[in-house]
Every structure is written in structure tokens, then in C-alpha cells.
Design a protein around this ligand. Structure first.
Ligand code: ZN
Ligand code: ZN
Ligand code: ZN
Length: 219
């Protein structure tokens, strides 16, 4: 299977969960071993189908290397790229849209994490909700892991936007005036002061004020 997770709306074609076990929440500590294996394997399969590499699958499910490699080969027909992707935020910083979706991922994670599921299940749930939440997903599952790592390592922090008052993620070394990526995109097309739509011909040029503001100030 090629890595086409982004073009599909469902992260995987499998059922979202195995039947609930009596330990509820995280079955990884379940006393019935076959139950644990079933849950771990199911999560591993879904992770692989969502585009996760074997290193990540092993980290999250705690399944043995050989077993995960075999699963990966069975499902994809080839072996997994080695290692994890680079731990850097350069790719995100290239685009406001990527940063905006990173904030979306982080907000979804904050809702999903307290439910106390396994690490694999949390990631899968975040990924599924993310795919349903955005029109055009830009982040694959590896990038989603990167977002969560960047926050955990304090490379990124959350700030509150002064315009829309939502919390968003930003690199700690960046100071863009407490404006979220969503509002930054919005104000490419709207006046910061009065909210009027900017005339097409002023787009891309340095602007001190929009036409509406200029008219008002000249009165
Ligand atoms: Zn169980
Ligand atoms: Zn904002
Ligand atoms: Zn204006």
C-alpha cells in the first residue's frame, strides 16, 4: 500500500478499535495476555496503515522488532524506512498554513490525551480527528508526532492570539506580535485596524493603512 493516507479521509480502513476489554481505558496492563496482544497488534496495524514507520510503531506499542517488521512488510509489501524523521521545526516554519494545522493538532491532542488511552491509541485518535477537522490535511502522522515532540521539548510554546484570543503554537525564538497563524493569513487580506477587505492592487505591497482607514483619516 502506498502512503496515501492524506488523500483518504479515514486514517485506516480498519475498525477503529477492538472490542472494549474489562480493564477499560488502556488494555496494555490487562491480565489476559491474548487480549493485550490483540490490542497491541490492532494498534500496530492501524499505525502502519496511517503511514507510521516501524521505529515509531515499536516505541508506541512495545511490540518486538521482528514482529513489527513482519507486520509492516505484510501490510505494505516493502520494508520500512529506517529511524525516525528529523527533529526540527524548519518544515513547519516555511508556511503559516502548516503552523496553523500544527496548532489544530495540538488542541486535538489536549482533548484526547486525558482520556487515558494507550500512547498508540492517543496518536491514532488525534490523527483521525485531525483528518476530519481540516479541509486539506498537510501533516502526515510523522509530522503530528513531531508537533507533540516540539511542544514537549519546549522548542514551541503556546501563546494567546491578541486578535481571536485562541491559543496557538509558536517557536519560542519567534516574536510575531502574539498573532496566530490563522489571523496572520486573515490579515493578508483584511485591514488590521478596521477589518475592511484590502483592494487587490494593494496586496503584496507594504501598507500603512487600507483605503477605508485612509479615507477616514483624511476627513
Ligand atoms: Zn484487555
Ligand atoms: Zn488569531
Ligand atoms: Zn482599515
Amino acid at each position: 500500500m502506498s502512503k496515501t493516507g492524506l488523500s483518504l479521509i479515514d486514517a485506516t480502513t480498519y475498525a477503529p478499535t477492538v472490542p472494549e476489554c474489562r480493564t477499560k481505558k488502556d488494555c496494555y496492563s490487562c491480565s489476559v495476555k491474548p487480549c493485550v496482544y490483540a490490542v497491541q497488534t490492532h494498534e500496530a496495524v492501524r499505525l502502519i496503515q496511517a503511514g507510521a514507520r516501524t521505529t515509531l510503531v515499536r516505541q508506541l506499542t512495545k511490540l518486538p522488532k521482528k514482529y513489527v517488521n513482519r507486520l509492516y512488510h505484510l501490510l505494505t509489501g516493502h520494508s520500512s524506512p529506517r529511524g525516525l524523521t528529523q527533529f526540527t521545526d524548519a518544515w513547519f516554519r516555511e508556511s503559516e498554513h502548516r503552523m496553523l494545522q500544527a496548532s489544530t493538532v495540538w488542541r486535538i491532542h489536549n482533548l484526547v490525551e486525558p482520556l487515558g488511552r494507550s500512547k498508540a491509541r492517543i496518536l491514532l485518535d488525534v490523527y483521525d480527528v485531525y483528518l476530519y477537522s481540516v479541509n486539506k490535511p498537510l501533516l502526515d502522522i510523522t509530522r503530528i508526532v513531531a508537533v507533540l515532540k516540539l511542544v514537549k521539548a519546549s522548542v514551541w510554546e503556546s501563546r494567546q492570539c491578541q486578535h481571536c484570543h485562541k491559543f496557538y503554537l509558536t517557536p519560542v525564538d519567534e516574536n510575531l506580535g502574539d498573532t496566530c497563524p490563522g489571523c496572520r493569513i486573515y490579515y493578508h487580506f483584511r485591514c488590521v485596524l478596521c477589518g475592511a477587505a484590502l483592494a487587490i492592487y494593494t496586496l503584496g505591497r507594504p501598507r500603512s493603512a487600507c483605503e477605508a482607514c485612509a479615507t477616514q483619516n483624511n476627513k
